[in-house]
Design a protein around this ligand. Structure first.
Ligand code: PGA
Length: 253
């Protein structure tokens, strides 16, 4: 059974003290993870070690970086390598969030390199894809997402593609309070799985977790996660409130 994942994306929010309190508050709330369920916290770089320590000994709960660089090491001032992340016990990285694509001009080609360097270092990439509003309005969301997957993922071997977690996040639903309908999420995520099956195999496609992201909150998580091809969520705003995110965790299949 593929993994069902609640991933928090804190983005560039919270001071160190607020971050500590959020994790403490959340860990104090009741949640019982089943074997196939995972919780991941994608936190700002300066908090990775603190959160890792807080989560020590917790089963199925992981910390993630929100980005990494596509080069091994060297003269890249301000960047963070996957080796550095590995060395502090981080094994998940969010790759290609739409905010990074938009504000930092990350291309599909560059993201393919980031995926490669993660996998070469045993780090799980949480690969984000999703269309802007104009493509949704033209009913071209499938084409847009298919290109992102083709250019960033389909060079991977059958073994490696199964190590990737995919997060489908329609850009028009991120931070807007506007969620895709359950049917919209299900349709495109089924399409993504179908595409992967075509490039690899049905068994491989059925093994890959595909998360939905875009204004997931306590009130809608259960409905969205109940869709057949939605394996949990990547959650921004609502992951900053302990009981909201805890309800989201408890909404996993
Ligand atoms: P949101 O963000 O939940 O605030 O819409 C989701 C994301 O950007 O990952």
């Amino acid at each position: 059974m593929r993994k069902q994942i609640a991933a928090a994306n804190w983005k560039m929010n919270l001071t160190y003290q607020q971050a500590e309190k959020l994790i403490d508050d959340l860990l104090a709330l009741p949640h019982q993870l089943k074997e196939n369920q995972q919780v991941i916290f994608a936190v700002p770089f300066p908090y990775l070690t603190m959160v890792t320590h807080k989560l020590a000994g917790k089963q199925n709960v992981f910390v993630a970086a929100q980005n990494c660089y596509n080069k091994k090491s060297g003269a890249y001032t301000g960047e963070t390598s996957v080796e550095m992340l590995q060395s502090i016990g981080v094994h998940h990285v969010v790759i290609g969030h739409s905010e990074r694509r938009e504000y930092f001009h990350e291309s599909n080609e560059m993201l393919a390199e980031k995926v490669d360097i993660c996998l070469a270092n045993n780090i799980t990439p949480i690969f984000c894809c999703g269309e802007p509003l104009t493509f949704r309005e033209a009913n071209e969301q499938d084409l847009f997402v298919a290109k992102q997957l083709l250019e960033s993922l389909y060079h991977l071997s059958a073994e490696d593609i199964q190590k990737v977690v995919i997060a489908y996040e329609p850009i028009w639903a991120i931070g807007t309070g506007k969620t895709a309908t359950n049917q919209q999420a299900q349709d495109i995520q089924a399409f993504i799985r179908h595409q992967i099956a075509g490039h690899y195999s049905e068994a491989i496609a059925n093994n890959i977790s595909i998360l939905y992201g875009g204004s997931v909150k306590a009130a809608n998580a259960k409905d969205i996660f109940s869709q057949a091809d939605v394996d949990g969520g990547l959650v921004g705003g609502a992951s900053l409130i302990a009981d909201e995110f805890n309800t989201i965790i408890n909404s996993l299949k």
